[in-house]
Design a protein around this ligand. Structure first.
Ligand SMILES: Cc1ncc(COP(=O)(O)O)c(C=O)c1O
Length: 372
């Protein structure tokens, strides 16, 4: 069986370095907010090109803390509307709801799965204060257009970069410069959930920003609102990046660019070699704007294709089977209609793509799909 993801295999190349670090960690005896967190924050800020990185407990907390931070700074307030994609993992929407802000859902483009900037302006009201684009499956959103809309309407932009570590985009009107995910907005939330392109060995997350005032609040807010032990300036959270996870992440960060390059090379092969009228391939401009956290195809009879692949020894997954507005947890939205989002959720199927795949396995996946 070709597994969708084998984390043990993916982490094997790092095992010796992890064990060495673990030994140092046990000898050091410092477990919370120590040098490993500081080092990773510095490394990841440098990697993303931002002034600050704040390590937190997970990707959801990263988004919640950014929004809470802006509320604390008076840039957002309870009841303000935040534009979010209807087509996302529910965490992006939960973050908005948990901070007493109001999510306003916008349809995606069918080809890229990402929020359609052309549909954003129609949803802007006097209450809109922020846009929260999600770089879904690792493909960066059209940030130049989104940032222009935000500037025109004086809105904050917060990236959900949970799936897009390392993606690069040409920015500005001249498009001469490239910037990475996490440095394409006012602040960004990352998840280092184990299956991500940069994955920890447990829960972990981070915020990147160039906003000094926000960073100052967040360094305190993630730690009970305290910068000096037992002195609390604000009512904060306990959402600190774990010291040991930070140590593991610093080791893996060094390989992130080559990991992403490898993923792109596999994606290129899928895109050029899978030829089947029953399968719709994702759209990509071949630049570094996609890090292929997931390779997602569409088909009208998904269950049939999934079963066929399983019979041929290929495990697949669905990201995601139920759109957020149709979830039980959001029952007051269940009657809303977002046809493009719903079509995507009915048709998508994620096929294996990760650095643990052998060339023969990749070939088997391609020929099996072509023979469907
Ligand atoms: C798009 C998106 N946003 C946010 C999150 C939340 O991250 P975490 O699971 O680390 O809280 C995820 C997690 O998978 C995600 O995919």
């Amino acid at each position: 069986m070709i597994h969708f993801l084998n984390l043990k295999k993916l982490n094997q190349p790092f095992e010796a370095a992890f064990q060495k670090k673990m030994k140092q960690f046990l000898e050091g005896g410092w477990y919370i907010l120590g040098n490993e967190v500081k080092q990773f924050e510095s490394d990841f800020a440098t990697y993303c090109g931002t002034k600050h990185c704040i390590g937190v407990g997970n990707g959801l907390d990263a988004l919640v803390l950014i929004l809470k931070g802006y509320i604390h700074l008076g840039k957002l307030q309870k009841g303000d509307e935040v534009i979010v994609p209807a087509n996302t993992y529910i965490a992006s929407i939960i973050a908005v709801l948990q901070t007493d802000l109001v999510p306003v859902l916008v349809e995606p483009r069918l080809e890229t799965f990402n929020i359609n900037p052309e549909a954003i302006e129609a949803k802007i009201t006097a209450k809109t204060k922020a846009i929260l684009p999600v770089h879904l499956y690792g493909q960066l959103c059209e940030m130049n257009v989104i940032n222009e809309i935000a500037q025109k309407h004086n809105l904050l932009v917060v990236e959900d970069a949970a799936q897009a570590h390392g993606g690069k985009l040409e920015v500005g009107s001249q498009k001469l410069e490239k910037a990475r995910a996490g440095n394409l907005s006012h602040a960004a939330g990352f998840s280092f959930y184990p299956g991500k392109n940069l994955g920890a060995l447990g829960d972990a997350g981070a915020i990147t920003t160039n906003d000094d005032a926000l960073a100052e609040v967040l360094f305190s807010m993630r730690n009970y609102g305290s910068k000096v032990k037992y002195e609390n300036e604000i009512i904060g959270f306990n959402s600190r990046l774990d010291e040991l996870q930070a140590a593991f992440l610093s080791i893996k960060l060094k390989q992130l660019d080559s990991e992403n390059e490898f993923r792109r090379s596999m994606a290129k092969r899928y895109l050029s070699e899978i030829k089947n009228d029953k399968i719709v391939m994702p759209s990509w401009d071949l630049s570094q704007n996609h890090v292929f956290h997931l390779f997602v195809i569409r088909t009208s009879n998904r269950i049939d294709l999934q079963n066929y692949l399983k019979e041929n020894g290929i495990e697949t997954m669905i990201h995601y089977p139920i759109p957020p507005h149709k979830q039980k947890a959001l029952s007051n939205w269940n009657n809303l209609s977002f046809p493009i989002t719903e079509k995507i959720h009915n048709e998508v199927l994620s096929i294996p793509l990760n650095s643990g795949l052998k060339a023969s396995e990749l070939q088997h996946i391609i020929s099996t799909l072509n023979n469907y």
